[in-house]
Design a binder for this molecule. Sequence first.
Ligand SMILES: [Zn+2]
Length: 434
Amino acid sequence: MPEVLTAPRVITGDGTVTGDGTVTGGGTVTGGAVVIGDRTVDWAGPAEALPAEYAALPRTDYPGSTIMPGLIDSHVHLGFDGGPNPAARMRGETDEQQLVLMLRSARELLGVGVTTARDLGARAYLDVVVRDAIAGGLARGPRMVVAARPITVTGGHCWFMGGEADSEDDLRRMVRTHHKHGADLIKVMSTGGFMTTGSAPWYAQFTSAQLAVIVEEAGRVDKPVAAHAHGIEGIRRAVEAGVSTLEHCSFVTETNERRFDEALAARIAERKIFVCPTINVNAPYVAKLTGIAVGEHLMAMHEMGVRIITGTDAGIDNTPHHQYVGALEYLVSLGFQPGEVLAMATTEAAAALGVGAITGRLAPGYDADLIVVDGDPRTDIAVLGKLHRVIARGRDYRPDSGRFDVSAPGTPFAAPGHSVDLRLLTEATRRRQA
Ligand SMILES: [Zn+2]
C-alpha cells in the first residue's frame, strides 16, 4: 500500500562512484521523504518538496532515524546453517531438508535488513527454487541472485554440491546446464578452500585456459562469473580469464602464508574486477589465529582503486545469516569510513551483482528495498542493528520472533568437528602437494 516515509536523513545512494571506487556527493537528503508505491520507489527528496499528488498518502515520520537502501550480502550460502559444521549437515541432508533450511536462512537475512543476497553455492538448483519462491511471494526473503553448484574439479573444493567438471567439454556442459536450470551467474572454485577434506586454499584448481572456457561459455549466455580464489596463482588465473568478481582474494602463498601482491592488485583494479573479501563476524578470530592483518591488504587494494563489496560467506562455520551487521562493523574497525562501507553494502554491491539498475538506491523506478534505522549509520555503523522497518520490493517484513542480537561478537572456531580445517588456517609450512 502506497505510503510516505520521512526522516531527518534519507540516504539515496545517488553519490557518484569515481574511478577509484570512492563515492562522492554523499547522496544524503536532509529532512527527506520517500514515497513507496506498490513495489517501487515513486519519489525521494526533501520532505518540503514532496509533490502535491502524494500529500494525501498515509505518512509515517521517523524522528532521529535514517532511511536508506536495503543491505546487500554479496556472498551467502543459504544451505549452510552457520553452526559448527555446516558442511557435514549439508552432506547429511536430503534435498527436501536443505530446502527448508534455505528458506529459514533467507528469512533470517531479510530480518536483519538484507534485501538482496547472492548465493554462491547450493545443491540441486535449490537456490533457483528459493529465488523464484521469494520473487513470486510464496516465501519471504531477500531478492536472490544465485549461482547454483559451484564448478570445481573432481574431488575439489565443495565437490559435494555437485559441480565437479574437469575437461573443457565438461566445463561447457556444466555452464550450459546451469543456464538451462536458471542460474543467474556462474561460480567457479579457482582454488581449493578451507572446508573440504583433501583440498587446500593455495591449490590452483583450473588452468588459465579452463577458466577462460568457463568465462567464454558464461558470456555466451550473458552470465558473469564469480571466482572463489584464496591462492595467489588461482587469483592471477581468474583475473586473466576475466571473471567479474573475486571471492576472498586472500593472497595465500604455496607455503600457506599471506603475501600481498601489489602488481596483481593493480591488475585487478585495471580489469575492474570487484573483490568480495568475505569479511564476517569471525574475521577477528581468524586474524588472531593466523596473525594476519587482513585489513592492510584490503586497504591497500581500496587505495589502488579496487572496488570492494560486502559479503559474509553467511552460513559457514559459526557465521549465522543474522550476523551481517557485525561484518560491517568490523570493516569500519579496519579503517574504512562508515560511508564507504555503506556504499560497499548497497550501491557498489548492487553494481557488482548486476542489479544496480533496480536496487541499491532510493530513486524513482527502483524497487522499494529499504530499511529505516534508529540513528545515523554514517557516523555509527552499529545503528544498522536498530531497525524500525524492513521493506523488500515494496512489502513490509516483520521478523518472526523479536530481534536477533545482530551485534553479538562472532563465536571463535572451536576445533575439532568444524568444517573449516584449522591447520589450514594456522600452519604456514605445509608444502604444495599438487
Ligand atoms: Zn562461500
